[in-house]
Each structure stands twice: as structure tokens, then as C-alpha cells.
Design a protein around this ligand. Sequence first.
Ligand SMILES: *Cc1c(COP(=O)(O)O)cnc(C)c1O
Length: 396
Amino acid sequence: MKVVYVDNAATTAMSDVAIDAMTPYLKEVYGNPSSLHTVGQIAKEALDDARARIARCINCQPREIYFTSGGSEADNQAIRSAALNGARKGKKHIVTTAFEHHAVLHTLKKLEKEGFEVTYLDVHKNGLITAREVEAALREDTALVTIMFANNEIGTVLPIAEIGEVCRKYGVVFHTDAVQAVGHIPVDVKAQNIDMLSLSAHKFHGAKGVGALYVKSGIPLQTFVDGGAQERGKRAGTENLGGIASMAAALEYAVEHMKENNKKIQSLRDKLIDGLLKIPHSKLNGDRCSRLPSNLNMCFEGIEGESLLLLLDAKGICASSGSACTSGSLDPSHVLLALGLPHEVAHGSLRISLCEYNTQEDVEIILNEVPKVVDYLRNISPVWEELEKGAKPHLI
Ligand SMILES: *Cc1c(COP(=O)(O)O)cnc(C)c1O
């Protein structure tokens, strides 16, 4: 059976470019970049080279890049570091949104227990917020604003440059979880007024378990992994050089081919949206325009997202109901609830996230299978029966 993989927001297949860039560091260039001998120094050069190339892709200096084990660790370090810096000046307030990734939300929940106060901005029905709303939430004691660049479930792209401008005006540190944005849409930390940014290699065809945190020079970065002096003393541990090399190669490739890839991906995506919206009582979640070219997230009334996914999987279609991190739990996605969707509707969600490897044939398979599976599930659903009999009103 042909596998149609459309869960690229959860993770991507490694590209040949990334694998080829990684392989030498698993084989002949095995040195520790901290060793003084030649084998180590060759590794050190490769590390410096990858750092410079990644920095160029987001328009920062190489010394502003700190390698981490991925997006989650970068989020944790950025937020905890800014919180600690703020607390030292008596600032213990943080502004965020209600639909951040759990790497951000769970870190903030812990900080609340440690005495910080967090404002969770509500997102509008279209999955967006405005810089004005961020400005209105700022206080004298605000230590940090952390707002994602693009949402991982519904794909909406937030007005990051404007939010950054507001933060700069008030002298508040601005962190963005850009894991879904970097390598997919233009990211420029200078033009977009970003102080701290998280990125992760496996979301743009690099290796899993490697990412980076950008920290604008002048902003102190606190250490949470103590040990050796790697990453200028800010994150101890022998570097994942193969992963880092794969990240640099994959990111450069993604940035170089962004325009042409997005043109293709967006045209496939738009065909899917238009086709799936023909299913009665369905809706697209998140703004149609301000969204990642690769993402569509839909709700189908009267069905369970989990059942839909399992039946689609049996047809070879690998999609998601929202975030990989919430699958396995029966609660509807916190992102869809943040948009104001009722629980019943939020349960029936489907996220399709494309990449440049997807084809016209994939789109045809999805457009053929999803309506059939939705129909089948509705026919066996008591909830749908009530809706159809008019015992309950349709919500979408
Ligand atoms: C995937 C993802 C993360 C986590 O990144 P890992 O490298 O898997 O730790 C964080 N934030 C967003 C928005 C993501 O999509």
C-alpha cells in the first residue's frame, strides 16, 4: 500500500542533503570538538561552520546561536532564562498566548507555581492575535513576552515583526517559538525584532534531537545544563555534531528552495482545502490567508478525530488530529478550544501538514478517502443521527 505521509508538522523525513551532511560525522570525523588534537579540531571547524551557516539563514551572528537537543529544550531555556533575569530585577510577569506549544505552556505552568504571573492572551476565532493586544497586556513588571511564530496545529502565522516592535518599544524581552516557521517561511531576527528564537532540525528534514536557540547579544543567557564549557558555557555536553551538520545543510537547502517549494505545497494545500470543504458541516480552522503554506486543519461535525485518523491510517494516510503531543489523550486540542470552538466540534479535527515530497496523487487519494471515511463515521454516530433528525442544532 502506498503511504501518504501528511504529518510533517509532527516530524519530517530526513532529506538526502541532510543525511549526506551528517554521515561524515558518524564515520570518519568522530572527534570531540573540545579536543586539542587534529581529529578534534577538524570537528571544531565543522561545528563553527554549521553555526555560521545557520546564523546566516536567520540573519544573526554565529555567537548568538546556541545548539540544543531540539525545540523543546530551546523553549525551556529561553523562557526560564528570561524569567530568572526578570526576577532578579523584581519583574515576575510573563505574556503569552493560550495556544502555544506545550514546551512553552508547561514551562510557564511551572513558573506560575514558582511565583511568576502569566497572562495568556486569548486568540481570535481566526487563530490570530494583534500586536495591540500584546501591548495592552504589558506591565511595569513584565519580564518576557513569548509568542509562537506559527501555530503547529492550525498553521496560523502571527504578526511577529509588529509584536517584536512593541516589545522593543517597552524594553521587554521577546522570545518566539519559531519551530514551525524556520525553513518554511522567511525568518529574519533583525527585521522582525526578535530577541530569542527556538528552532528544531527535524521540522525541516534535518535529524531529530537537535535544535538551536538564538539569543540576541547583550541578553544574558542562564545555564540549565551544567558541565563542560560547550556553547560558550551556556549549555554543557559534547555537541551532536552529526545532527548539527544535518541541521545546517537542511536549513540552507530549505531557505534556498523556499519560494519554489511553497508555491507547489500551497497549491496542493489549496486543492485539499477546497475539496474537503465540500463535505457538509465542515470548517477550516485558522485564518485562510495568514497561515503556513503547508497546513490545513479542519473540523467535521459529528465525528471523533481519533476514529477518523485510525481509519485513514488503515488506508495508508498518515495525518494527525492536532498536535502529536496531545494524541493519546481524550481531551480536545487546547488550540482548537482557544479558538472558541465547542468541545463537540473540536473533537472532530483533522490536521494535514504537507511538505515538498507530497504529490498531486497524494492529494487525490486524500480527497477520495476522507469524504468516504467521514460519511461512514457519521452513519454509525448517534450524535450525527440527533443532528440530522433536528433534535440538536448543527454547530457548523
Ligand atoms: C515540534 C515543535 C516543538 C518541539 O520541538 P522538538 O525539537 O520536537 O523538541 C516546539 N514547538 C513547536 C511549535 C513545534 O512544532
